[in-house]
Structure formats: structure tokens, C-alpha cells
Design a protein around this ligand. Structure first.
Ligand code: PLP
Length: 400
């Protein structure tokens, strides 16, 4: 699952007031008429299952589906996929009749060389969600899953659905993962199944210092396995990233989950992987959809994108510029964004979440909201600079 899962989409729609038939439709039609020219609408039209849900739920004909000026609710890459990945996709179209085979080995070799693991310590998956869900199913049977909230809830929800138990420690005052508290709890709680850490964290955008995280792994992994979800790691400059692959290489019981959905822009193409000891991979494998769930087209595009450092640097740089602009603009009007190291920003708002989300949507801007300790927050994904200007303008209108 990802940020656009059907349940979160439904919640989002409900929050945005779109499931309230008459109200959503009227507001939407009004907004649609005023905010974007047809050409841009065609570009920005929401698609796939999400749009079908909207249409179904509102019983609208497809040409009245909602459109957005700025789609900032799912932490997607607004720049699309690399031109090199597009070229690889085109080449791959003639191979659609073949199962992927050597392509797995090729991509694993590239990843293994870059990360300091062996190809046998890598398992590919269609996005990282499959791996997270499988880990939840496999490890929650062994004992409680320990984490720090707020964090990315999908794995925890799956574990709960599988009748697993979740234990949490509170985050630090600045909304980061509290590694000291996690370590104390991990080492003093007998029978834990797994420690789950998201770094950079979603929804807060915070990171833990790389050296502290490496030390945490060395101290805790001999007792409890650790899964580190590194979905947003590529938004850190290479020199600032924790280098945990070598700990897998050393034999430590840690799992590193990665996705191509973010910096590579593969949210729709679906590609991810996990690095871990082969015996840990064997434990989660029966709960996954299998590596063949990844298509040959996606794999070939992934091989091109993984090697395309220039594209990754471009996306990282653009993200940082648009994030800085948005942070500064919010501060100028009295809001306090949590310093973010990812492609989204979380900040407290002064309106109820549903009302705020609905009003932003009415302005043609999709964002997410949530209450954390009864304080309403907005999480806005970083789009292009133009989209962030649209967001800031809409925000100013909505909050007055
Ligand atoms: C922290 C985190 N992990 C994992 C995922 C799953 O992404 P995907 O399945 O697209 O790889 C997401 C998606 O937004 C995420 O935010």
C-alpha cells in the first residue's frame, strides 16, 4: 500500500467533503469551472482507481471527474520519470510477452555493488508496500512490533489486522524518532517480534542522525530484528545518508526497505526492494506476491533510472528548492513547519482538519491532514515550484 491506498483515499475524500453527494459536487463543479483551463485539466485529471472511486461514489460521468491544480497529497515525484527510464520503457514494450529473468540479476547486481550487500541479500518487489505488508504478517506472529509514533501506519495496520500487537514509545519533543527510548524498550521487553523505524519519517519528515542509527542497529539487532523503511532516503544528499547496507553485509539482522516510488517517480510503475539476510528474506517471502509481481517493463526502466544519477540529483535539488520556498512562505505568515528532509512538510494548522482539507480542495489543491495529540496538522507534498506557489496562494485564501 502507499499514501494513496483505497482506505486512505476514502478517508481523504470523506474529509474533503467529496463523499457528501450534493455538497461535494456543487463545490467541485464551481471550483472546476473557475480554476484551470481545459488543457491543464486534461494534464491534471485524476486517474485510475482513485478517479473511478470518485466517479462511482458520486455517480458522475467520467468527464466530470475532479481535477487538481496541485496534487500534493501522496508524496509523488512531480517531475515524472527520467527520460532514460522512458527510453527503456519504450524498448521494453516489445518484451511484454516475456517473464523478467536476467533483468532481476542485473538490477540486483547494481544495487549490491552500491550498497555493500550481495545479490542474495536483495529481494525485489512491486513498490516497497508488498515487502512492508509481508514483514508485518510474518514478524507480528513472533511478538509485538515496537515503533515510535507518529509514523507511517500501513505496516502497523496490517500487523494489527493479523492480530499482532503494536508497542510504541513517544516521539522526541521535536517530533523525531526517540532512539534512546526505543533502545531501552527493545532491550527490556522480552519476546518482541520487530522494531520498525521510518527514516526519514512520514509524516514528520524528520531524520535520526546516521551514526546514532548505525549504533542503534548494532546494539539492538542481536536481540530483536529491525526493519528500517528508507522510502525517502534519496532526498538526503548522498553524504548525509546512513550507510546501513554494510551492516547487512556484516550479517546483522536488519532489513532495509527501499522504493523507486519517490526520487525515481515510479509510484505508478511499482518497484521497490528489501535488503536483509537471506534467512529473513525467506521468512517474509511466503507472504509477498513474489518477485514476478514486478513487470519486465518496470524492471528495465528501473535499471535505467537507478544508474541515472543526473536525474536523481535534479529531482533532489528541485525538491529542496521548492521545500525551502514553501517552508519560508509558511513561516512568513506565522506557521511553524517541522524541518523536513523528505518530499513533504508537516505543520500545525489553526483550523479543523476536515474543514481545512475541504477548503483547500475547493481551491484545487489536494493535501492531507491529520490530528496528532489533538492538534490538527497539514501534510503537504512537495510539487513543482509552480505547484507550491499555487499551494501557498490557496493556503493564504483559506486561512484568511
Ligand atoms: C514511509 C513509506 N514507506 C513505504 C511507502 C510505500 O510506497 P510504495 O509501495 O509506493 O513503494 C510509502 C508510500 O508513501 C511511505 O511513505
Amino acid at each position: 500500500m502507499n499514501d494513496c491506498t483505497s482506505s486512505s483515499r476514502r478517508t481523504w475524500l470523506r474529509n474533503a467533503g467529496l463523499l457528501t453527494a450534493g455538497l461535494g459536487l456543487t463545490r467541485w463543479q464551481e471550483a472546476r469551472a473557475s480554476f484551470v483551463p481545459e488543457s491543464v485539466m486534461a494534464e491534471q485529471r485524476l486517474f485510475g482507481e482513485f478517479a473511478q472511486q470518485v466517479a462511482q461514489l458520486q455517480q458522475l460521468p467520467p468527464d466530470t471527474m475532479p481535477v487538481l491544480k496541485a496534487r500534493l497529497f501522496a508524496n509523488e515525484n512531480p517531475h515524472g520519470i527520467a527520460p532514460s527510464a522512458k527510453a527503456a520503457l519504450e524498448k521494453a514494450t516489445t518484451l511484454g510477452n516475456r517473464y523478467a529473468w536476467m533483468e532481476f540479476a542485473q538490477l540486483k547486481k547494481l544495487i549490491a555493488d552500491a550498497e555493500g550487500v550481495t545479490p542474495k541479500q536483495i529481494m525485489m518487489s512491486p513498490g516497497s508496500s508488498d515487502v512492508l505488508m509481508a514483514t508485518a504478517a510474518a514478524f507480528s506472529q513472533r511478538g509485538p512490533i515496537l515503533t515510535c509514533r507518529p509514523t507511517y501506519d500501513d505496516l502497523l495496520e496490517r500487523a494489527t489486522a493479523a492480530k499482532g500487537q503494536i508497542l510504541t514509545v513517544p516521539s522526541t519533543a521535536d517530533m523525531g524518532y526517540d532512539l534512546a527510548a526505543l533502545k531501552a524498550k527493545a532491550l527490556s521487553t522480552p519476546g518482541l517480534g520487530l522494531v520498525y523505524i521510518v527514516n526519514p519519517n512520514n509524516p514528520t519528515g524528520t531524520i535520526v542522525p546516521p551514526a546514532e542509527l548505525a549504533q542503534f542497529c548494532r546494539d539492538v539487532a542481536p536481540t530483536v530484528p529491525i526493519l528500517i523503511d528508507e522510502a525517502y532516503i534519496d532526498f538526503l544528499e548522498p553524504a548525509d545518508r546512513p550507510v546501513l547496507g554494510k551492516l547487512v553485509g556484516e550479517g546483522l539482522n536488519i532489513m532495509l526497505a527501499r522504493t523507486f516510488s519517490k526520487i525515481h517517480g515510479f509510484a505508478g510503475l511499482r518497484l521497490g526492494y528489501v535488503m536483509a539476510q537471506p534467512n529473513m528474506l525467506a521468512q517474509i517471502k511466503p507472504y509477498t506476491n513474489g518477485e514476478f509481481a514486478v513487470s519486465i517493463t518496470t524492471l528495465m526502466a528501473g535499471i535505467a533510472s537507478y544508474q541515472d544519477q543526473a536525474w536523481q540529483t535534479f529531482c533532489r535539488t528541485e525538491n529542496a528548492k521548492a521545500r525551502d520556498y514553501t517552508t519560508k512562505a509558511l513561516k512568513e505568515i506565522g506557521y511553524e513547519p517541522i524541518p523536513s528532509y523528505a518530499n513533504f512538510i508537516l505543520f500545525p494548522i489553526k483550523m479543523k482538519t476536515k474543514l481545512f482539507e475541504g477548503q483547500m480542495f475547493g481551491q484545487g489543491v489536494g493535501i492531507q491532514t491529520r490530528d496528532i495529540d489533538r492538534q490538527p496538522y497539514c501534510r503537504v507534498s512537495i510539487g513543482t515550484m509552480d505547484e507550491m506557489k499555487t499551494f501557498v496562494d490557496a493556503f493564504k485564501k483559506v486561512v484568511g
